[in-house]
Design a protein around this ligand. Structure first.
Ligand code: CLF
Ligand code: SF4
Length: 482
């Protein structure tokens, strides 16, 4: 595999004419809000920092096939629902194969900053494979951050091994702190050589999760808790989960919508258990205290995901495409980081200006969707967007609140009306879409569905564009009323 460099301009875009640029951190905490040692740990981690997800990529290696519990939202044929979107796992790797793959990806993807083990089973059930993978990679790529995801059952036994390896980021999936609720989510666990069921199983899992969280967080590891929101089962209960994990030192809380489809063969899918709507998810997130420590940009990625969050390059790096040896040159990744630092500084300065503009304005919040391929900019054609970044804007600022997936409207140069219908459905509740460019037909059809489109801020930073647009639309309203 060669040593080509992904052009930075394809990620970051060019500054807008007139110096239109904006804010750095979105809703997540940033360099101004966190102690320097914590910022150093999260600033390049696309999951732990909302800001970082505009610039940096993660990859998962599927070295952990087995699991020690059963969740009603998981079918082992599919990727781990905790950390993946449903889809058959392409391939399982040995630690040796994984290390070669990581090097090959690092040689091709300068944005790569994090290696994660997130299934397809539990990263700590057979911890040897996970740790061997990290040990091998740390010898060749010592600057990569390590991250793993677990259901927590085996975690208390591995706290020291995790801390010794400088695995600074651990995700625990915690869906309940009440075993009665847990019994509706977990039919069984396998623990200390036997299978446990019912409330007893959920109680053991809960106690192990709390112990692991508390002990690992005391070691300075940054813990993110993922909770799957299951309407009618644990949705309101997640408020209590949030309080319990905060009290034990969790750094971030990520609430994921249940993905449920009978075709996936999961218990919940077969029983017709539905997932929450985007509005229900947002309502729950908005109820929780400590908004800065809520993750809202999760993409529920695959156990073998490669690339920026929201993009999937795993098919570019399958085992059969990997070379026997990789010539790795660290310079492109170093150069990329230097560019990101400059870009962040510019965006931060522009952010201040946006905040000053908005602080003078008072009007109800607007919910808008952005077409972006990264860099925190409006830099994507409407027809190419496979997801829309959703922001809320009012006098308090510009806040990232999530994303909506859709199929891209343009297919081979032509628009697809069926896909447009799907996009309009996905944009429920959004009043304006911002794109770098859009054709007249989709613009007209979106307007007929009550959704405006703005394409006058191509390449601008999201926050700057939204602040200027919000001010302009209020002025226009005032003029219309006069
Ligand atoms: Fe992977 Fe998870 Fe580490 Fe990120 S994913 S192990 S913390 S590097 Fe990220 Fe993917 Fe969401 Fe996970 S977007 S599913 S939160
Ligand atoms: Fe599936 Fe992950 Fe639950 Fe195990 S912990 S059953 S792999 S979702």
């Amino acid at each position: 595999m060669g040593q080509t460099v992904v052009p930075l301009s394809s990620i970051l875009g060019k500054p807008a004419a007139g110096g239109c640029a904006a804010k750095a951190c979105g809703t997540a905490s940033g360099s101004d809000d966190l102690p320097p040692e914590i910022w150093a740990k999260v600033k390049d981690h696309p999951c732990y920092s909302e800001d970082a997800h505009h610039y940096f990529a993660r990859m998962h290696v599927a070295v952990a096939p087995a699991c020690n519990i059963q969740c009603n939202y998981c079918n082992r044929k599919y990727d781990c629902a905790n950390e993946s979107r449903p889809g058959v796992t392409s391939e399982r790797l040995t630690p040796e194969q994984a290390a070669i793959k990581v090097l090959a990806v690092a040689a091709e993807v300068p944005q790569l900053s994090v290696l994660g083990v997130a299934g397809p089973g539990d990263a700590l059930y057979d911890a040897k494979r996970t740790f061997e993978t990290f040990d091998r990679v740390s010898q060749v790529l010592p600057d990569l951050k390590f991250c793993l995801s677990t259901n927590g059952l085996a975690l208390p036994d591995q706290v020291d091994a995790i801390a010794e390896r400088n695995i600074d980021h651990v995700t625990i999936t915690i869906n309940m702190v009440d075993p009665e609720i847990g019994a509706r989510i977990y039919p069984w666990i396998f623990f200390r050589g036997r299978r446990w069921t019912g409330i007893e199983a959920a109680r053991i899992l809960h106690e192990r999760q709390m112990e692991g969280l508390e002990r690992l967080s005391a070691k300075g590891v940054l813990i993110k808790v993922n909770s799957v929101m299951i309407p009618g089962v644990n949705d309101q209960h997640l408020v209590a989960v949030n309080a319990a994990i905060r009290a034990r030192g969790a750094f971030l809380h990520n609430i994921l919508p249940l993905i449920s489809d009978p075709a996936h063969g999961t218990r919940f899918g077969l029983d017709g258990q539905r997932g929450p709507s985007p509005a229900e998810l947002k309502d729950l997130q908005d109820q929780l205290p400590g908004q800065a420590s809520l993750m809202r940009h999760c993409r529920q990625c695959r156990a073998d995901a490669v690339g920026m969050l929201g993009e999937d390059r795993c098919q570019d790096f399958t085992l059969d495409q990997l070379p026997e040896t990789v010539a790795y040159d660290p310079r492109p990744r170093e150069l990329y980081r230097e560019v990101v630092e400059r870009e962040r500084a510019q965006r931060q300065a522009s952010a201040e200006a946006s905040r000053r503009i908005l602080a003078l304005l008072s009007a109800p919040a607007r919910l808008v969707a952005i077409c972006s391929k990264g860099g925190g900019r409006i830099n994507q054609h409407f027809g190419h967007a496979r997801e829309f970044l959703v922001y809320e804007v009012d006098g308090r600022g510009v806040r990232f609140v999530g994303h909506r997936k859709a199929q891209n409207y343009c297919l081979g140069g032509d628009g697809d009306d069926d896909r447009l219908e799907g996009i309009i459905a996905a944009l429920e509740g959004i009043d304006t879409v911002f794109a770098a460019k859009i054709g007249a037909c989709p613009k007209r059809d979106l307007a007929a569905a009550g959704i405006s489109v703005v394409d006058g801020y191509a390449q601008a930073y999201v926050e700057t564009a939204l602040a200027e647009w919000f001010r302009g639309s209020l002025a226009a309203d005032r003029q219309a009323r006069a």
